[in-house]
Write a protein that binds this ligand. Structure first.
Ligand SMILES: [Zn+2]
Length: 247
């Protein structure tokens, strides 16, 4: 309770100071299609979230990568776009963002680990590949965006388990979410098994957590595809994110 109060007070102070490199913020917003499309009021809200995000998260270069303003703002703008209507509290409980120059192997000593464009750790850091982050932002309509993807995992993990169900607002029914997502997940899995070309990245068929992360990046980059393929899930994403990138 005390921590919550203190955090709120600190955030209020941060916003009063209003400290931000506005040129870097605008450049980052212009580089992300879904952020560029926001109206003036939403942009102002995004700016506030970015102030708090940059003050509270530590963005560190790995593997010799040096982090500058462009890196920080491009990551912050996209991370905050996800929580534009949810609030920055969704990212409480962890602080580190690691940025590698390119795709990387997970450094936890697991022998079979693959090569990653991004990783979100349960209760811990987000790791990102800078070249993939830049690629992801460059084409805002291809449905590939590892920054949105990894931060969507952090939303999912906010209640502990990465299971494809983030903590939902009171006016949403977890049973309905579970049912609609399970149906759409099964359908994508079947299409992938049958070798059909899918408009949703087949990686989403890996498990329910990847399904939610893939659908989140697709929701912001090519929402028509989600609405066409999975209208019920699209509707739930609109209600959850309280945004409609189609609109
Ligand atoms: Zn993932």
């Amino acid at each position: 309770m005390l921590l919550t109060w203190w955090r709120r007070w600190r955030r209020k102070r941060l916003l009063q100071s209003g400290k931000l490199d506005d040129a870097a913020f605008v450049a980052a917003v212009e580089g992300v299609r879904a952020a560029r499309a926001l109206d003036a009021a939403s942009r102002r809200r995004l700016r506030e979230l970015v102030i708090v995000f940059l003050a509270e998260k530590e963005i560190t270069g790995m593997g010799g990568f040096s982090v500058d303003d462009r890196v920080c703002y491009l990551i912050a703008v996209q991370a905050c776009l996800l929580v534009l209507e949810l609030g920055i509290e969704c990212y409480d409980g962890w602080t580190s963002v690691y940025v590698y120059p390119g795709s990387f192997r997970e450094a936890d000593g697991e022998a079979e680990g693959g090569v990653f464009a991004g990783v979100a750790m349960q209760g811990g850091a987000v790791a990102l590949s800078w070249t993939d982050a830049v690629d992801g932002a460059a084409d805002g309509r291809d449905g590939f965006n590892p920054v949105l993807h990894e931060f969507a995992h952090k939303l999912d993990m906010a209640d502990g388990a990465a299971n494809g169900v983030p903590p939902l607002p009171d006016d949403m029914d977890p049973a309905e979410w579970g049912r609609e997502f399970a149906d759409a997940f099964a359908e994508l899995g079947k299409d992938v098994d049958d070798g059909r070309r899918t408009r949703i990245d087949p990686y989403g068929a890996t498990n329910p957590a990847e399904f939610f992360a893939v659908l989140s990046e697709t929701f912001f980059e090519k929402p028509q595809a989600v609405r066409k393929e999975m209208p019920a899930v699209h509707e739930l994403l609109v209600r959850y994110y309280r945004q409609d990138p189609m609109a």
